[in-house]
Design a protein around this ligand. Sequence first.
Ligand SMILES: NC(=O)c1ccc[n+]([C@@H]2O[C@H](COP(=O)([O-])OP(=O)(O)OC[C@H]3O[C@@H](n4cnc5c(N)ncnc54)[C@H](OP(=O)(O)O)[C@@H]3O)[C@@H](O)[C@H]2O)c1
Length: 346
Amino acid sequence: MEVKNKYIVIKHHFEDAPKEANFELKTGTIALSVAPGSDDIIVKNLYISIDPYQINRMKLSSSSQGTSSFAAPINPGEAIDGAVIGKVVASGNAKFQKDDLVLGVFTWAQYSLVKEGSILRKLESSEFPLSYYLGVLGFNGLSAYAGFFELCKPLKGEKVFVSAAGGAVGNLVGQYAKLLGCYVVGCAGTQKKVELLKKELGFDEAFNYKEEKDLNYALKRYFPDGIDVYFDNVGGETLEAAVANMRIFGRVAVCGVISEYNSAGRKASPNMLDIVYKRISIRGFLAADFLNVFEEFFSKTLDYLRTGELKTIEDISSGVESIPSAFVGLFKGDNIGKKVISLAED
Ligand SMILES: NC(=O)c1ccc[n+]([C@@H]2O[C@H](COP(=O)([O-])OP(=O)(O)OC[C@H]3O[C@@H](n4cnc5c(N)ncnc54)[C@H](OP(=O)(O)O)[C@@H]3O)[C@@H](O)[C@H]2O)c1
């Protein structure tokens, strides 16, 4: 049987902040069966992860594009790949059966054809919603956990600053830091997010960076004795201000630099003298570098979810049609927590 399959493409490469007009909804067809002898798998997609890094794949060229298979360029007119959870509808691969739940790199579509060699694993049904495997129990959680614990080597009582703290990675970093016993301050772009961080997620302080005239001064207010650990999600002037306020032997984990992802974003130019004399470590990372701690991250995070010590913040939209606005919204601060698209009840 063949069915219609809606999917999202970019119309053209772009360098500026993304707009819905950069995207197009297409409709193709897909067979819900596999030819005898083929090891293809057909997946009905249930949840699609919406992530800022995809913008760097949508540019004509970016220094990121050759660094990892996740960063490979996206061609206009072709289905966009990303992290997806789905259900197998047909399988020529003996390791996967019809109705298996799977997580992998599929397409921004209703259905995906998954070829041998694709990133794909079976998902045992869980006590938590499936969408958690794209966020708190997936690569966002691993980014927060590994970036914070493995790179920053935080100690109880240290002073931690997190940017984009109302987002998928940032809110988890702040919660892990509180669970360790750190003093934690987050910044975010709306008062609603600031209230969430302080009242529901246990941050000691939070502020709206859009209302601050001078970020350097704002950080002095919250960290009169300086910052030990800065978890950077945004780059730009926030990174500069954090470096200016770091203590001796401070550590900066650069998870992402979203304010620099489009051509208008100011590139960070931190004070190198501070970095030398305060012996500050600044290190970028990719979550995929830390698969060696995945099991540890996963079991600790499951425990925290079970006890309710870790809260999950998700922002879910419905339908393939909502993907462009969901993606564009990441760069306007529309999302609160992990942005996910829900496609089908299952
Ligand atoms: N290294 C890795 O393996 C890895 C893995 C996942 C994510 N990342 C990176 O981590 C960062 C956070 O990703 P996420 O998935 O958790 O996204 P997210 O924080 O859920 O969403 C993006 C948020 O960034 C903020 N933002 C957007 N434009 C901004 C700007 N110009 N200046 C300051 N803040 C801005 C917005 O919140 P406000 O309301 O606060 O502005 C927005 O909600 C991104 O840089 C992403 O690329 C890296």
